[in-house]
Design a protein around this ligand. Structure first.
Ligand code: SF4
Length: 370
């Protein structure tokens, strides 16, 4: 029998919870108590009432993707001539100017896994954007894309191959690597929901290579589909274990971002009836548990995109210290039948943070206050 009071004390002291301790908290802890414990940990790590937020723009490089994730309504197959696109340089230029006019400095560039766009193509894209807009930051791709680019560029599907891709992209202008495509880090679950995406082991291997190169990274989780609570806990422990292996001076994972699966209109809903959707209590429980388990990751984001801003505000009282980005553009969740808003403006973001009882502070990708 696990004594959950003892688990709270361990977490407050910064000690690592075991799998069984974390599972007992998930199953048995009253939500208010779990949130209060997570809030205490957050206040130890981030004293004061500051809540950070960011301005960036999410641009999709292409919607062509061979991964076939069953939760994604955004992608199309390479043969789909009507829908397929690759963002053009002129489109990037217009989007960057618009972002800069709103005070943003970072592009969040994400896939699909296009079967023809290799490492040289990405090097050209990144170096061209950086030469025209030297002040922007590129927070780009993610482990599945790095593994895919290594494969179609004839580089090894191993640590050497991933390191080569990352080194060359860094030289071309990559500033940081998002933790995209983690979903649930379990090979069987990944085969089920995203059959063409890299394995959990590969995701971790790419991140290990990124940490060794000193790249700033984040870790994510998408939950609430076919997994069980045990998978979520194991996911958190894999992230924590990898962070423990990073070189001492490397930043590693700066943040953890978990969001509930939003499945309306997706293949996973049509084929298996899994529509997901936001359950605020479960969302708050997940944020609080993340704060208690991830004792070596500094920031927990209140990823409110699919749960709504009010749930994000509540999460700030239960372990989260960051509200993420205003998302000038968002295409992936919007491609499902989700009916909520996925973007807000800067003043609404700041007001939401104030209304929750905190002081908003604009940050960059390195979580430095601006
Ligand atoms: S989630 Fe990403 S990798 Fe999966 S199908 Fe959609 S675009 Fe492709």
């Amino acid at each position: 029998m696990i004594d959950i009071s003892h688990s709270y004390r361990k977490a407050l002291a910064g000690e690592a919870l075991t799998f069984h301790e974390a599972l007992a908290l998930w199953n048995d802890a009253p939500l208010a108590e779990l949130m209060a414990a997570a809030d205490a940990v957050r206040r130890r790590l981030h004293p004061g009432d500051t809540v950070t937020w960011q301005i960036d723009r999410n641009v999709n490089i292409t919607n062509v993707c061979v991964s076939g994730c069953k939760f994604c309504s955004f992608h199309c197959r390479p043969a789909d001539k009507e829908r397929a696109y690759i963002t053009t340089l002129d489109e990037y230029r217009a989007k960057i100017r618009e972002m800069q006019a709103l005070g943003g400095e970072q592009l969040l560039l994400q896939g699909g896994l296009h079967p023809k766009l290799d490492l040289t193509w990405y090097e050209t894209l990144f170096s061209t954007l950086k030469s025209e807009f030297p002040n922007i930051k590129l927070h780009a791709l993610g482990p599945p894309e790095i593994a895919h680019i290594a494969r179609i560029s004839g580089l090894g599907q191993d640590a050497d191959g991933y390191r080569t891709v990352l080194e060359r992209l860094m030289k071309a202008g990559l500033d940081s690597l998002p933790g995209a495509g983690a979903e649930i880090l379990d090979n069987e679950i990944r085969k089920h929901i995203s059959p063409g995406k890299c394995s959990a082991d590969t995701w971790l291997e790419v991140m290990r290579a990124a940490h060794k190169l000193g790249l700033y990274t984040s870790a994510t989780m998408m939950y609430g589909h076919v997994e069980q609570p045990e998978h979520r806990i194991l996911h958190l422990l894999k992230i924590r274990d990898l962070q423990a292996l990073k070189p001492e001076k490397a930043p590693g994972f700066l943040a953890f971002i978990a969001w509930p699966y939003q499945g309306r209109g997706t293949a996973l809903e049509k084929e298996e009836g899994l529509s997901g959707g936001a359950n605020t209590a479960e969302f708050l429980r997940m944020i609080a548990l993340s704060r208690l388990v991830l004792n070596n990751i500094p920031n927990i984001q209140a990823s409110w995109l699919t749960t709504g801003l009010a749930a994000g505000q509540m999460a700030l009282h239960g372990g989260a210290n960051d509200m993420g980005s205003i998302m000038i553009e968002e295409n992936v969740v919007s491609a499902t039948d989700f009916e909520g808003r996925t973007t807000i403006d800067a003043s609404r973001m700041q007001q939401a943070i104030r209304d929750a009882g905190f002081t908003p502070a604009l940050r960059n990708q390195r979580y430095e206050l601006l």
